[in-house]
Design a protein around this ligand. Structure first.
Ligand code: ADP
Ligand code: MG
Length: 632
């Protein structure tokens, strides 16, 4: 054995983390033990996995177990496992760095959110360092499963650096030797250790001994018959699995025997876990084969849009030595994953039916990610059933309806599902395109998020009904619909005025030039004088807008301008036009109508001209106003 010790500096981010752990976290310190036991359990899972697939390992006959021992007088605590161990390089890479991305944000969260440190540390996985909340010095002794690898010792007091040297540990595995701080003596008490292990680690599948006595005795919960399990046990297991502080929102526990045997215990959390939005890889179900963990957070058992689901799947029918790399090609695995997906969707459908209010809570929390399921064609029918939208028939912006609700209320002969996009209910309800739908009492879905547009344009249809954006609807079809209220007739124009009106439209087109494709009479407007529309059957206006942004396109699309022939402003414009075709008022109004419409569509980038023109118009109207009111 060589005597050389090498000293290493911790990386800056670890120093920062240690500083918080050592100097400012005093509550909930007991979780350090949960973290060390979890690491020991991971190390045991790994050795079992290697052994099952026939890898050469040393000390093959060692029982797979975790031992917690202590020496009260010397204030020492030992956490020992017979797991995979570490080589020198592994110690340096695994213990010396924070591997996960986003560590800076993590450290900030930890600083600001000290009460939740336990759950933050657990979810993020920098668990090992939490030992420095209670330790003034830590010694790791470890021996890798690989033959010929010497054992190593890692020593640190949690300040700036650590040392590594060869050591004399004889058998495979790792011992963490903790020199407790003065104020942490409680962690060298048997009852206290047992209490912590029962609270945080009772579902660890390897035996945990405190001074030769086994502490964890709970069997794999998912393998137990449902009738034997109390709700508290589900909650306890859920918290163990997810580090969530709250109980699960829904529990789905199933056992299937044919054609393939598997058990699944799945949870829907109350809150969306997307951890600070940075820990994107933190999802997936734990895959077991005959109670042996094969893969933590497997990402293929459920499609990504169901990634809010947590839990475990355990099958008798997969081979124990299956490699993670080939799982996806395994036909049994594929069938299990289809079946698990189906379980989740069916459960949600049942929830929506039996308890719509609770489903709505689910939708508010997880709907955003769930919507991404529009590309799951295999399950599209169920997916569509679970979608929710706000609609013109709802009273509030956060009420929702299903597509089935919509279809049930459709007008006779209505063949299309109408929708409109906008950033808020306020902006949508004043959109001129909606006027004809209001007038005819037709329901319109309100889409608030750009993602909704993708959902709609990719699913295209619900049952036989096609989705149609309000600005793409064929108005002739709309007018043919039965039992819709008729538009209130305004005074008809004389045939002479009709002629003038058509030349007014061409005049407006001349004024606007290439900015518009066409100027025509509108069938859809009631309260607004004008609006812009796309040519029929092209993209919806909002989709067009999204593409514009995505392509960083700053050009203004050429649209059709529609004019409301019955609107007072337009009628007055016609009178001015009849008196003098070249009256500059006409040009001003035409430009203003166009730019106002452009503003509503979200394309007006330079408001200067518009504001200037409005000021001039206001100026004029103030003259007229004072004149009419006879104000001096
Ligand atoms: P995480 O467990 O999320 O990876 P930790 O900070 O708890 O983060 O542990 C860091 C790494 O150190 C582990 O991933 C593992 O590679 C290694 N490690 C920790 N404890 C042990 C152990 N008892 N046996 C083997 N390796 C370990
Ligand atoms: Mg860990």
């Amino acid at each position: 054995m060589t005597e050389t010790k090498t000293q290493y500096e911790f990386k800056a981010e670890i120093k920062q983390l240690l500083d918080i752990l050592v100097h400012s976290l005093y509550t909930n310190r007991e979780i350090f033990l949960r973290e060390l036991i979890s690491n020991a359990s991971d190390a045991l899972d790994k050795i079992r996995f290697e052994s099952n697939r026939g890898t050469e390992i040393i000390d093959k006959e060692l029982p797979l177990e975790i031992k917690v021992n202590f020496d009260k007088k010397k204030k020492l605590l030992f956490v020992e496992d017979t797991g995979i161990g570490m080589t020198k390089d592994e110690i340096i890479t695994n213990i010396g760095t924070i591997a996960k991305s986003g560590s800076a944000e993590f450290i900030n969260q930890l600083k600001e959110n000290k009460e939740n440190a336990g759950s933050i540390i657990g979810k993020f996985g920098v668990g090992f360092y939490s030992v420095f909340m209670v330790a003034e010095k830590v010694v790791i002794k470890t021996k890798s499963y690989k033959a010929e690898e010497p054992a190593y010792e890692w020593i640190s007091d949690g300040s700036g650096s650590y040392e590594i040297a060869e050591t004399d540990k004889k058998s495979r595995g790792t011992v963490i030797e903790i020199h407790l701080k003065k104020d942490a003596e409680e962690f060298a008490e048997k009852y206290r250790l047992e209490q912590i292990i029962k609270k945080h680690s009772s579902f660890i599948s390897f035996p945990i001994f405190v001074e030769k006595e086994r502490v964890n005795t709970i069997p794999a919960l998912w393998r137990e018959p449902k009738t034997n399990i109390k709700p508290e046990q589900y909650t306890e297991f859920y918290k163990f699995l997810t580090y969530d502080n709250e109980e699960p929102f829904e529990v789905i526990h199933k056992s299937v025997d044919a054609p393939i045997q598997f058990s699944s215990l799945l949870f829907i959390p109350k809150k969306n876990f997307d951890f600070f939005g940075i820990n994107r890889e933190d999802y997936g179900l734990d895959l077991y084969v005959r109670r042996v963990l094969i893969q933590h957070q497997n990402k293929d058992l459920l499609p990504e849009y169901l990634s809010f689901v947590k839990g475990v799947v355990d099958s008798e029918d997969l081979p124990l030595n299956i490699s993670r790399e080939t799982l996806q090609e395994n036909i049994i695995f594929t069938k299990i994953s289809q079946s698990v997906t189906n379980q989740v969707l069916s459960h949600l459908i049942k929830l929506a039916k039996d308890n719509p209010e609770k489903y709505l809570e689910f939708w508010k929390e997880h709907g955003k990610i769930f919507k991404m399921g529009y590309s799951d064609y295999q399950n599209q029918e169920k997916f569509l059933e679970l979608l929710r939208f706000n609609s013109s028939f709802n009273e509030k912006a956060d009420d929702v309806i299903s597509l089935a609700d919509y279809v049930e209320r459709m007008k006779k002969d209505q063949k299309e599902i109408y929708y409109i996009s906008g950033s808020s209910r306020e902006s949508i309800t004043i959109d001129p395109h909606l006027e004809i739908f209001k007038l005819k009492g037709l329901e319109v879905l309100y889409l608030y998020e750009p993602a909704d547009e993708f959902v709609i344009s990719s699913i295209m249809k619900y049952k036989d009904y096609e989705f149609k954006s309000v600005d793409q609807v064929d108005l002739k079809k709309l007018n043919k619909l039965d039992n819709v209220e008729e538009k209130k007739e305004s005074e008809k124009l004389s045939s002479d005025d009709e002629l003038h009106f058509s030349s007014l439209l061409s005049h407006i087109k001349d004024i606007l030039g290439d900015k518009v494709k066409e100027v025509r009479v509108s069938e859809r407007l009631k309260d607004s004088p004008a609006c812009l529309v796309n040519q029929d059957n092209s993209m919806s206006a909002s989709m067009q807008k999204i593409m514009h942004i995505m392509n960083k396109d700053s050009s203004i699309p050429q649209k059709i301008m529609e004019v409301n022939k019955d609107h007072k402003l337009i009628r007055n414009l016609l009178r001015v036009f009849k008196a003098d075709k070249n009256d500059p008022f006409i040009g001003n109004v035409a430009e203003q109508l166009y730019e106002s419409a452009l503003l509503l569509e979200g394309y007006l980038t330079d408001p200067h001209k518009l504001v200037n023109r409005i000021n001039n118009l206001l100026n004029d109207s103030s003259d007229w106003y004072t004149e009419v009111k006879k104000i001096n």
